[in-house]
Ligand binder design. Structure first.
Ligand SMILES: Nc1ncnc2c1ncn2[C@@H]1O[C@H](COP(=O)(O)OP(=O)(O)OP(=O)(O)O)[C@@H](O)[C@H]1O
Length: 318
């Protein structure tokens, strides 16, 4: 079970003025902060100055003894704040003003900022795992292959204008020409070879805000869940996705599912990598779990299937 916040927690809200809905929600964010102040929380609101600044500010806040740093932005901002808080005793929270807001959805938060702020008044602090891709931590997932190619090539103006639909548009455009890459994957002791379209290494379950590719992921089991979709062309992807949606992992020979502490991915060619929805770089890359790497604020609305209690470690068999 988690621990309660102090009665007058010191809270820093880091607001990303470039997140998807920042322009529309700045005032609502201020009134969400007031809800906390009215309950005795000691709240500071600061904008981020540039990409990466949220990491620096969050790390500084942790060293100054803040109880909570709130990422007011999308999952990119959550990722940056989390990278500043890993290994500290300061907890991460979120107020969703991004485009997709996956972490906020995992927590069952309302997209209405005032309701989300109210839900956090009942929150507990929980210690959860994070993943690490190269030197960068991730909270939700790392994607290797097709989805990272979409993330790397999406037009920022389309994303601003169309929101999540911009990803669908870009995915449809890329699907025609995207080819699976002959890969060597090492999942703890196991070696896997084959032509791969997509590997998703999930710390949590939701993918793209709507589907669950790593549907059995648990955030406090000390493990990452790995879903591998094999194949030569994305044109057969609908078949593979049907297997994922119906959870026929490992019964469809092209869809494999594992749990692991460490994953190494190499290929004949390089493959793009994204973490928490932002492009990171290319393979070869090592991925590993950092058990209990971060403290997070968890409202009562959070999806219970994301947690295992310490007396019953998750032992799902695929
Ligand atoms: N002050 C700033 N100026 C420019 N870019 C910034 C600033 N602060 C943060 N960023 C960048 O803005 C980018 C987008 O932020 P974020 O991911 O939070 O929003 P989003 O893309 O709309 O949401 P989601 O990831 O949920 O789709 C991040 O890559 C982050 O590095």
């Amino acid at each position: 079970m988690g621990t309660a916040l102090p009665s007058q927690p010191r809270v820093l809200i880091l607001f990303n003025p470039f997140a998807g809905q920042a322009y529309n929600l700045k005032q609502t964010l201020e009134s969400a902060a007031e809800i906390w102040q009215n309950h005795g929380w000691v709240v500071e609101l600061r904008p981020t100055q540039a990409p990466g600044d949220a990491t620096v500010q969050a790390r500084e806040a942790a060293s100054k003894g803040f109880d909570v740093v709130v990422a007011a932005g999308g999952d990119g901002t959550v990722n940056e704040v989390m990278n500043g808080l890993v290994g500290t005793s300061t907890a991460l929270a979120v107020l969703p003003i991004g485009t997709v807001n996956i972490w906020a959805r995992e927590l069952g938060l309302s997209m209405d900022l005032r309701r989300a702020a109210t839900a956090f008044l009942q929150a507990q602090i929980e210690q959860i795992d994070v993943g690490k891709a190269g030197t960068r931590h991730f909270l939700l997932m790392a994607g290797i292959g097709f989805d990272a190619a979409v993330t790397a090539t999406i037009n920022p103006r389309d994303k601003k204008r169309l929101g999540a639909i911009a990803y669908v548009k870009q995915a449809l455009q890329l699907a025609w020409c995207f080819q699976g890459v002959k890969s060597h994957i090492r999942i703890d002791g196991k070696r896997i070879r084959g032509r791969v379209l997509l590997v998703v290494i999930g710390n949590s379950q939701l993918y793209g805000g709507v589907v669950k590719l790593t549907a059995h992921a648990v955030v406090n089991d000390g493990l990452l869940d790995v879903c591998i979709i094999k194949g030569r062309s994305m044109l057969v992807a609908p078949l593979r996705l049907m297997s994922v949606f119906t959870r026929r992992y490992n019964r469809d020979p092209k869809v494999e599912y594992y749990r692991a502490q460490k994953v190494i991915i190499k290929g004949k060619k390089t493959f793009p990598v994204q973490v928490d929805g932002d492009y990171l770089g290319t393979t070869p890359m090592n991925f590993e779990v950092v058990p209990g790497g971060i403290r997070v604020l968890v409202p009562p609305s959070a999806d219970k299937s994301l947690w295992c209690d310490e007396n019953s470690p998750s032992n799902y068999k695929f």
